[in-house]
Ligand binder design. Structure first.
Ligand code: SAH
Ligand code: SF4
Ligand code: F3S
Length: 479
């Protein structure tokens, strides 16, 4: 494959975390739920995995109230968009989508349109002024109130609830798995974020950090196991700061202990987690990953920038040396662990020398994969209030391209190291490129493509890797 082709292929995978890669994707129910009350809702999700999981919680809340799920926004009674504010582009995408939905509303004025999630929380009632088509604005901690807001809006009033909570974790709600392959599922273990990275809008849209009851997490995972799911990804903005105090015994459960409890539920269940914060990931967590075969050897450890000056300005609370020490600890304790990152190009005041530090850190770590972004100023954040967004757009773009080009090389090099080896792969689904092939991930989270044979989603197969690109591995099943 030519280098250009490689870069193009990688580009489909970089800079496209869920909020971009799956934007606008309508969610399909694992089983179609008919409406008990004759009314159907349609829900579309943007943003991170947590937001997608929230849509599954919303679906569960509405289903309990008798609403059925529609896969078609043009005929649904209630059209919901679960939105993301992380970068300006993410918000623009939703605004463009609202233009399309406006056409539906013109034809069917009775249809209700609701904005959920981070844009709802960030913009509050302003959203009603700016987007006439919207009837309901509901923030991430208010979803239990959605049936009430639907009733209110049905009466012709605009309905808003953007209250944030210090306690809400939706722990008792069993999410309805949307867009499910029946094999892998997300399980939120905490909500909110207390970190206040200076570029980030999440603490404003999601509120304070809180951890979900350990027992409710274990019950949800057990329920998935009982329904033949084979992999769970434990979700939080900063999973390493998971901390739940049992009110009856006063015992505290930390993330390493939670991971261990989840892993012990079944050796057949694969356990993944995201996101790890470099300041909080402990050796205890690393030893727990190493101890359990079914906890995957893959850590998403976003660095954001390679130089200590920028990291300080970003309020990441670690420096370059600390980050590299954590990477060394991972390599020592879990030798075959894959590591991925998030990287921002062109943060306020970033000089060419700062940028070079990012590239040089990448050279040292050699990430298996990265999500790479151009800095986008977000209102109210510390960076927006204190620092000037002073790196010219063209410079930001050029730096991002350099970061992407380097990451492409590293991904290819890392993937080449898998060629000739045999990996246990959990079959997820048919390959997008060919119905003759299946695909699934290995322990290191690499997508592996192989001829279908007699295998099914949910099977574990051993695959000998024969070739690779920077984005995936290809091979054949061996015994
Ligand atoms: N909690 C995770 C990040 C969640 S947001 C963590 O701390 O790693 C996902 C990624 O979006 C971030 O890691 C960051 O790289 C990127 N991001 C967040 N705010 C951004 C902004 N204002 N401009 C560009 N990228 C941003
Ligand atoms: Fe945002 Fe930082 Fe919290 Fe991640 S840890 S969600 S980047 S504030
Ligand atoms: Fe976006 Fe909100 Fe997630 S801003 S990335 S949907 S927490």
């Amino acid at each position: 494959m030519q280098e250009n082709e490689l870069i193009n292929e990688l580009k489909q995978h970089v800079n496209t975390p869920l909020e971009e890669a799956r934007q606008g994707e309508a969610l399909a129910l694992e089983q179609v739920v008919e409406a008990q009350n004759g009314r159907h809702f349609y829900i579309e999700s943007y943003g991170c995995q947590m937001n997608f999981n929230d849509s599954e919680i919303v679906a569960s809340i509405l289903q309990k109230e008798g609403y059925g799920l529609s896969k078609d926004y043009e005929s649904a009674d209630i059209i919901l968009l679960n939105t993301c504010s992380i970068r300006d582009k993410a918000e623009q995408r939703v605004r463009n989508r609202l233009k399309v939905i406006n056409q539906v509303k013109k034809k069917r004025p009775d249809a209700l349109v609701g904005i959920l999630g981070c844009m709802a929380e960030r913009l509050k009632t302003k959203l009603l002024e700016e987007e006439q088509v919207v009837d309901i604005v509901i923030g991430p901690d208010a979803y239990r109130d959605l049936p009430n807001l639907i009733t209110e809006a049905g009466g012709g009033q605009k309905a808003v609830n953007v209250l944030l909570s210090r306690e809400e974790t939706y722990g008792d709600i069993n999410p309805i798995r949307l867009d499910s392959n029946g094999v892998t599922a997300f399980v939120s273990i905490m909500r909110g974020c207390d970190n206040m990275c200076s570029f980030c809008v999440v603490p404003f849209t999601r509120g304070r950090e809180r951890s979900r009851n350990t027992f409710s997490i274990l019950a949800e995972v057990q329920n998935l196991i009982d329904r033949n799911y084979k992999e769970v990804t434990l979700l939080g903005q900063n999973v390493d700061s998971y901390k739940w105090t049992n009110p009856e015994t006063n015992e505290v459960v930390n993330f390493a202990q939670l991971l261990e409890m989840v892993a012990q539920l079944s050796p057949e269940l694969r356990v993944r987690f995201s996101t790890s914060h470099p300041k909080d990931i402990t050796n205890e967590v690393l030893h727990t990953i190493a101890k359990y075969e079914n906890i995957c050897n893959y850590i998403h450890l976003p660095v954001q920038a390679g130089g200590s000056r920028i990291l300080k300005k970003m309020n990441r609370t670690y420096d370059r040396e600390w980050y590299l020490e954590r990477v060394q600890a991972i390599r020592k304790i879990i030798p075959d662990c894959a590591i991925s990152s998030d990287i921002i190009a062109g943060f306020c005041s970033e000089t060419e020398a700062d940028h070079q530090e990012t590239l040089s850190l990448m050279e040292i770590v050699q990430y298996d994969m990265s999500y790479m972004f151009i800095y986008s100023e977000r209102p109210k954040t510390l960076a927006a209030r204190r620092y000037e967004d002073d790196v010219p757009e063209a410079t930001k773009k050029r730096r991002l391209q350099e970061i992407i080009a380097l990451q492409t090389q590293h991904a290819l090099m890392r993937n080449k190291a898998h060629v000739g080896k045999v990996y246990k792969v959990l079959v997820e689904k048919e390959s997008k490129r060919s119905s003759d092939d299946l695909c699934g991930r290995n322990d290191q989270n690499k997508m592996v493509i192989f001829p279908r044979g007699n295998h099914q989603p949910g099977d574990y197969v051993n695959v000998l890797i024969e070739s690779c690109t920077s984005a995936s591995l290809k091979g054949k099943v061996v015994d």
